[in-house]
Design a protein around this ligand. Structure first.
Ligand code: DC
Length: 207
């Protein structure tokens, strides 16, 4: 039996951490779908065509250590507006979602477009200021030279592009549980997410 958990939300809201913890808790495979778009973005930055790159991604592309940089994040958000790029990545994500034993996928359109039939859907969010602070700390730890205002501007630009694109924009699925992590510790956010999934897993016994 497969059980799909869809976790969506804007950049740096905590969905990566929550997704990994939820997957570990329930013993499920996890796919960070942002990595697919980042891998395409990284190849576009080297001069490749976006659609061609999306059609022939390999496992090695997903392991490149440049994928977490700010430049690649912006390139990912740009290639993600191209319908042909999104279409090229759909089958892989849907097959992953339906793998035996179940899976957790995180991204922007998992609960709305990739797996509208997912058994549990979470929408993880936080204020743009808090998300920028978190991303700023991460970038400093990676040794990047940047400033908080620059990171906030990047977060807002990416939010705007991800939410206003015509194809599969970032939005909350009607049946998603919204978790605002602005004022939450990581532990509290993970516990809230696990409780929300438990409630969907056993609707007959949840009180
Ligand atoms: O989750 P992330 O920050 O690694 O995602 C990078 C970009 O990829 C994001 O700005 C938009 C795009 N993306 C998308 O359009 N759909 C997804 N399911 C995941 C990511």
């Amino acid at each position: 039996m497969s059980f799909t958990i869809a976790i969506d939300g804007p950049a740096a809201a905590g969905k990566g951490t929550i997704s990994r913890a939820v997957a570990a808790h329930f013993g499920l495979a996890h796919l960070d779908t942002g990595l697919l778009y980042r891998a395409v973005g990284a190849r576009v930055l080297t001069g490749e065509d976006a659609e061609a790159a999306a059609r022939c991604l390999s496992a090695a592309d997903l392991e490149a250590d440049t994928l977490r940089s700010a430049d690649v994040a912006q390139a990912a958000s740009k290639v993600a507006t191209i319908p042909q790029v999104r279409a090229a990545l759909v089958d892989f994500q849907r097959a992953f979602a339906r793998r035996a034993g179940g899976a957790v996928l995180d991204g922007r359109d998992i609960g709305t477009v990739i797996c509208p039939e997912a058994e549990a859907k979470l929408f993880v969010t936080a204020s743009a200021e808090i998300r920028a602070q978190r991303r700023y700390r991460e970038l400093l730890e990676q040794g990047a030279e940047t400033s908080l205002p620059e990171v906030l501007a990047d977060v807002r630009a990416r939010d705007d592009r991800d939410m206003t694109r015509a194809d599969a924009p970032l939005k909350t699925a009607d049946d998603a549980v919204i978790i605002d992590t602005s004022e939450m510790s990581i532990e509290a956010a993970v516990a809230t997410a696990i409780a929300a999934v438990e409630a969907r897993r056993a609707p007959d016994v949840a009180s």
